[in-house]
Design a binder for this molecule. Sequence first.
Ligand SMILES: Nc1ncnc2c1ncn2[C@@H]1O[C@H](COP(=O)(O)OP(=O)(O)OP(=O)(O)O)[C@@H](O)[C@H]1O
Ligand SMILES: [Mg+2]
Length: 222
Amino acid sequence: MSSLLNLHSLEKRFGDRVLFRIETLTLDRGKAYVLTGSNGSGKSTLLKILGGLERARVEQAFFLGHAVRFFPYPREMRRSVVYVHQHPVMFDTSIEANIGYGLAARGFTKGEIRERVEEAMRWAGLIGVRNLPPRTLSGGEKQRVALARAKVVEPKLLLLDEPTANLDTAAREQVMQLLPQLTSMGTSVVIACHDRELIRLSDALRLDLREGRLCAHAEDAE
Ligand SMILES: Nc1ncnc2c1ncn2[C@@H]1O[C@H](COP(=O)(O)OP(=O)(O)OP(=O)(O)O)[C@@H](O)[C@H]1O
Ligand SMILES: [Mg+2]
């Protein structure tokens, strides 16, 4: 399996406090990773670093096999890495405009945008709510809009920060069902979570942040 992202000697500090020091982090293409760790261990911070939203010291970085400088964040990564916040922000326009936003920013034509948005809405089960104002959507529906918005740009790496926190069982199931389809289209996914069901996601590798170190496990280690 070819590797998407390799980072060596990643260190994050807030002032004098070292939040974590990671010797190596390798993410392979089309693979799912579940990022666990107690509250405050740095899961959200790590996702934001990977998505170029937070600075850190990185000694060496390779994206798709090419050496990249991690700061400033490389343009090719800016286009192909998407971070989804735990409470996704919705523009108060329409669901379609929210999902198509990233495509418009990437210069797709109106026809292409319409086609991709329609397909993504079907994928995420949003056809029935398509005409509702985005602010009226439930937490689970908002998460599915956020996933559809991420999927349409066909990212190489998708970073999901606790996508099922605060969702009821049915909504969580709906979100979870969408995840394997993302990896099958070649997208690598890193999911920060506490959710025991997500931790057991089949075929996902576990990354555990503990006491400032990152441990990788093949299976569900407690
Ligand atoms: N801008 C900042 N300045 C100083 N400290 C910060 C900043 N952002 C985060 N931290 C600290 O870094 C630590 C890790 O925060 P982070 O949100 O990454 O943890 P987390 O693992 O996502 O936690 P949770 O499970 O609660 O979501 C926390 O102690 C937090 O207070
Ligand atoms: Mg967090």
